[in-house]
Design a protein. Structure first.
Length: 239
């Protein structure tokens, strides 16, 4: 289980996260929705210790993390794979070289399986990032994370910047990955429609706080004004 207990983070005089808590079991998908700049990416970075929280606790499989403990954070980053908003690939290496970079050779044995999960064809692997589409770069970036066999996967805006078809492919990929690896996923997003299709739980952040937490069904019928605005936005987009 991955548990955040009352995480708070202030930058200067700006309280970005104010006592944010969530619980995620393996096999579940938790979507975190919220307006731009509300602190969604900061929340993911606190989990893996890239931004240490000011207060609150992160628990991963009954172990409390300490962002100051570098040795422990290396193991945390192995258990919790963060897939960044922009595909984090090295331009001067092919996709294959990117996937192999810094990886123990025995882990590469599983590469074929992960390529299948994300539907990334093997011929693409000899190309450089600049020679493939943004969607393909994103897939390669997910495979890079999967190769480390995380128990929890943190996706930062996986469908942003993708066309509707690639969006569906990405959602199918997240479903596949959760089913096959039985990992737990936190997906940070603006994409309400994907949240409704995929989420076990939806969390809505506003002004640093959790203002809604529940199932997609309860999100759609919520009277909470921002939840309604998010859902109405989706309906408008649909028509
Ligand atoms: N390292 C940092 N130092 C100072 N301020 C930061 C840092 N990282 C993020 N912030 C600030 O924290 C706030 C939340 O940023 P964050 O990137 O989490 O937003 P977000 O919800 O992910 O937005 P978007 O949907 O646009 O990606 C912003 O005001 C941002 O400027
Ligand atoms: Mg962000």
């Amino acid at each position: 289980m991955l548990e955040l207990k009352a995480i708070s983070k202030t930058f200067g005089n700006r309280a970005v996260l104010r006592s944010v808590s969530l619980t995620l079991n393996r096999g579940q998908i938790c979507f975190v929705l919220g307006r731009s700049g509300v602190g969604k990416s900061v929340l993911l970075k606190t989990i893996v210790g890239l931004i240490p929280q000011d207060s609150g606790e992160v628990w991963i499989q009954s172990e409390k993390t300490d962002p100051q403990n570098e040795e422990q954070m290396v193991s945390v980053r192995q258990k919790c794979g963060l897939v960044f908003q922009m595909p984090a690939l090295l331009d001067s290496l092919t996709l294959q070289e990117n996937l192999e970079f810094g990886l123990k050779p025995e882990k590469l044995a599983r590469l074929g399986k992960y390529l299948d999960w994300v539907q990334l064809s093997r011929e693409r692997l000899s190309r450089y990032p600049a020679e493939v589409s943004f969607g393909t770069q994103k897939k390669a970036s997910v495979v890079r994370t999967l190769l480390r066999e995380p128990q929890f996967i943190l996706f930062d805006e996986p469908t942003t910047g993708l066309d509707p078809v690639s969006r569906q492919v990405t959602n199918q990929m997240i479903r596949n990955v959760v089913k096959e690896s039985h990992s737990g996923c936190i997906v940070v997003s603006h994409d309400v429609q994907s949240a409704i299709e995929l989420a076990s739980t939806i969390i809505l952040l506003d002004q640093g706080q959790v203002i809604f937490q529940g199932t997609p069904e309860s999100f759609c019928s919520s009277e909470q004004p921002l939840a309604r605005a998010f859902c109405n936005g989706m309906v408008l987009l649909d028509h």
